[in-house]
Design a protein around this ligand. Structure first.
Ligand SMILES: *Cc1c(COP(=O)(O)O)cnc(C)c1O
Length: 368
């Protein structure tokens, strides 16, 4: 049996940094500051600069970042949020946490991103406009922000970017998180920029929104024990994770380049009429996941498993078909979303993948 080609390896990813990370953690431990201290502030400045925005607010995780972004643009109980149903309930969960509900927009069948045409059509046909549009840069690929922004501006609806899979993706010199009104990031360890635990951030070019998120992440406080706005939570970033992130941020671009080079090799060398490849290679795709489409997914996955190659499915069940909803969305049909959930398969694609592993994945796909 050949060694396993893993879908991801955090041990490989972080091991070159173990001693630096340990020293940084020790510094944080010995500093006497543990939550929302100088290391969080430092990372916020660095990450805002990296994204090309005025403000960054560190929070506890990416789902909270979404929820607080939604609340900052005014989403509350009874409101609707336009979003896609093919990203593991992240956007939907955050929407539900605001007391709002999803207005599902079908995706483009080729890349699984929000379809501007469907969005335009939906906005024209609903009685009550959604309070926000939430676009997810899925698998590391930027959405068609030009079109989405035009639609959002015409309808005067704020546009939120979910950048949890797209740290550093750029188009026309602008980075993910700098296009919409406000944007969320996750620093879960497997993300393109990951901490060694949970973490997240909200970025924006509107200081007013940033200051709302700063209040919302800490009980709605305007000052100590002064709860000025409703919807506040406890969602803070801690000093140890912030210092990990500051140490790792300078490596993000080279990791993204390494991911992109794996993805472009796959795109160039996988040749099989049964496999539909994503379009990769541009700066607007940071190859968080390399997702292909095959008709008979289970037989494909079994074929690769026999060759000791791990695959994954991102994501098998669309939000509107999740058991928690019962029959609530039984009459909602999203043909492209549903077919994506049946046919999409993820191949190993991470910066530390070895050359011979890439070769084995390509050979296995071509032999299928
Ligand atoms: C991971 C992820 C999230 C959630 O981030 P957490 O830190 O796990 O809460 C949200 N949206 C997308 C697209 C993600 O990939």
């Amino acid at each position: 049996m050949p060694p396993l080609v893993p879908i991801n390896s955090l041990a490989r990813h972080f091991s070159p940094f173990f001693s630096e990370l340990s020293a940084a953690a020790t510094g944080a431990i010995e500093s006497g500051h543990y939550v929302l201290g100088p290391r969080v502030q430092g990372f916020e400045v660095e990450f805002a600069e990296y994204c090309g925005v005025s403000d960054c607010v560190g929070v506890a995780n990416g789902t909270d970042a979404l929820e607080l972004s939604l609340k900052a643009v005014g989403v509350g109980p009874g409101d609707k949020v336009a979003l896609c149903a093919n990203a593991a309930m992240y956007a939907t969960s955050a929407t539900l946490a605001c007391g709002a509900s999803p207005l599902f927009i079908d995706v483009d069948p080729t890349d699984g991103l929000m379809s501007p045409e469907v969005l335009r059509h939906t906005l024209a046909s609903v009685q009550t406009a959604p309070k926000a549009i939430l676009a997810t840069h899925l698998y590391g690929k930027l959405c068609d922000m030009e079109q989405l922004l035009t639609i959002a501006e015409e309808a005067s609806i704020p546009l939120i970017e979910d950048c949890a899979q797209a740290h550093g993706a750029s188009r026309g010199g602008k980075r993910a998180g700098s296009f919409g009104d406000i944007a969320s990031f996750s620093f879960y360890p497997t993300k393109n920029l990951g901490a060694l635990g949970d973490g997240g951030a909200v970025v924006t070019n509107t200081p007013k929104l940033a200051s709302l998120v700063r209040q919302l992440r800490q009980y709605g406080w305007s000052g100590k024990y002064e709860n000025s706005i409703s919807g506040g939570r406890n969602s803070r970033l801690d000093e140890i994770q912030a210092t990990m992130l500051s140490l790792l941020l300078p490596h993000l671009d080279s990791w993204n380049a390494a991911r992109r080079s794996v993805a472009t090799r796959y795109a160039r060398e996988i040749r099989n009429a049964k496999i539909r490849l994503p379009s990769v290679g541009g700066d607007d795709h940071v190859a968080h996941l390399f997702v292909i489409q095959v008709e008979d997914r289970e037989s494909f996955r079994a074929f690769l498993a026999e060759k000791c190659i791990q695959t994954e499915v991102h994501y098998p069940r669309p939000d509107h078909r999740q058991p928690c909803f019962g029959t609530l969305y039984a009459d909602v049909n999203l043909p492209n979303t549903e077919s994506a959930c049946e046919r999409f398969v993820t191949l190993p694609c991470f910066p530390e993948l070895f050359d011979d592993e890439i070769q084995r994945v390509i050979q296995a796909c071509n032999a299928y």
